[in-house]
Design a protein around this ligand. Structure first.
Ligand SMILES: NC(=O)c1ccc[n+]([C@@H]2O[C@H](COP(=O)([O-])OP(=O)(O)OC[C@H]3O[C@@H](n4cnc5c(N)ncnc54)[C@H](O)[C@@H]3O)[C@@H](O)[C@H]2O)c1
Ligand SMILES: O=P(O)(O)OC[C@@H](O)[C@@H](O)[C@H](O)[C@H](O)CO
Length: 378
């Protein structure tokens, strides 16, 4: 059994590649980072270290890697894979679509079996987004045929994997916790299950609970931490003011989620506590610039700040901490982050109100925009 995984980065090696290998797949990574691909080709293995008091080291053997820029090679691997997964970042999905589309065409020509293609990205409906990119590259006839051979189940993935700074370029340190949830209702019947994955028939409550708790809380710590000149989330989480903002934002998204999905309030509170503890993990060093990366994406309409805040506001709930985090995101001016630089350019060019309206999809005179602007001025 072979799994082709796009993106041999932190989550690719530290979570998806590891789980697929433990599940009996031969893992083939496709990546555009030449030195990473070369190291994987030369060594064919790497080590995952669990960031806790035991520091268990888990070897992952028998992996291969291909150059993701070689379209023919990518297509051949897609055509012969038993599973395709991705962890490349949402904006990259459109760039891997041509290789996947070419692979599906090849597979159809050869009369190959059905295939699941699962995007493991931090977004609602990431596999569906990938499907749209892929289907957009097929003719009408190919699209009809592809629908019976390729399915794109959405998924939610959760494991904190920081930027890695080791002598060994393939070594990856990850937190002990992980959760991978896949929408079974978008899969072909009778598919082999990946061990360690939780299959559900309705993914939306799971992905929203994850994105609007783990990722809302995480970026709250990152943007507040950046403002207070902390380097890592772990340092920021020692500051009671940062913790107050994080837990305040999570109370706001939590109340919204409990109202929207009928989650048990006490269980959700325990979920929040567990996540805040994960941010504090002393065995990890997770930089605020990673967690705050891509502020335009994080301020976009369906992401971890605007969507839960708008929904909470519509429900008549509190949003005072969330608007403050959005204001802090507008002040995330780390020059090494292309989106942060673009956002600061937009603010300089159009003013902060119009820049926020543009990235958030909210009207300039929306009540929520006004509250973000008030916090920004403060
Ligand atoms: N790191 C985490 O804690 C974490 C947890 C859950 C989800 N995620 C999500 O997983 C995704 C990847 O995050 P990451 O932290 O692993 O990032 P990363 O930068 O470590 O890894 C991304 C990899 O994709 C590769 N890539 C870029 N363009 C490519 C292409 N065209 N073809 C093949 N590979 C390509 C990069 O070279 C890189 O190795 C993101 O969507 C992120 O939101 C990350
Ligand atoms: O990957 P991003 O940029 O969407 O978000 C940064 C972090 O919050 C994220 O990578 C978390 O570490 C991860 O989502 C935990 O499961």
């Amino acid at each position: 059994m072979k799994a082709l995984h796009f993106g041999a980065g932190n989550i690719g090696r530290g979570f998806i590649g590891l789980l697929l290998s433990q599940s009996g797949y031969e893992v083939v990574f496709s990546d555009v980072n030449e030195s990473l691909v070369r190291s994987l080709q030369e060594r064919g293995s790497y080590t995952v270290t669990i960031a806790d008091e035991n520091g268990e080291r888990i070897p992952v053997h028998g992996v291969r890697a291909i150059d993701g820029r070689d379209l023919a090679l990518v297509a051949e691997e897609v055509a012969t894979a038993d599973l395709v997964t991705t962890a490349v970042g949402v904006p990259i999905l459109k760039h891997i679509a041509p290789g996947i589309a070419a692979g599906i065409k090849l597979r159809m020509k050869r009369g190959g079996s059905s295939l699941h293609i699962i995007a493991c990205e931090n977004a609602i409906g990431a596999s569906t987004q990938l499907k749209e990119h892929v289907m957009g590259l097929l003719s009408l006839e190919e699209k009809q045929q592809a629908a019976s051979i390729a399915a794109f189940p959405d998924s939610a993935v959760d494991r904190i994997v920081p930027l890695q700074h080791h002598e060994d370029p393939l070594a990856v340190t990850v937190e002990p916790f992980y959760e991978w949830v896949i929408n079974r209702s978008q899969m072909f019947p009778g598919a082999k299950e990946i061990s360690g994955v939780h299959y559900v028939d309705d993914l939306i409550p799971y992905i929203e609970r994850k994105l609007f708790t783990v990722n809302t809380g995480h970026c709250s710590a990152a943007y507040a931490g950046y403002r207070k000149r902390y380097d890592t989330i772990q340092e920021a989480m020692k500051d009671e003011e940062v913790v107050g903002l994080v837990t305040g934002a999570l109370q706001e998204t939590g109340s919204m989620l409990v109202r929207a999905y009928g989650f048990d309030a006490a269980e959700h509170e325990a979920y929040i506590h567990k996540i805040v503890d994960r941010f504090r993990n002393p065995y990890l060093s997770d930089e605020v610039i990673r967690v705050g990366r891509s502020p335009i994406r994080k301020l976009s309409p369906d992401d971890r700040l605007v969507r839960p805040a708008l929904r909470a506001w519509e429900q008549g709930g509190n949003i005072g901490h969330l608007t403050k985090v959005m204001a802090l995101a507008l002040k995330f001016d780390y020059a090494g982050d292309p989106e942060a630089a673009r956002l600061q350019g937009l603010i300089g060019e159009k003013g902060v109100r119009r820049a926020f309206a543009e990235v958030s999809g909210l009207e300039s005179d929306h009540a929520l925009t006004q509250r973000v602007m008030d916090d920004y001025e403060r």
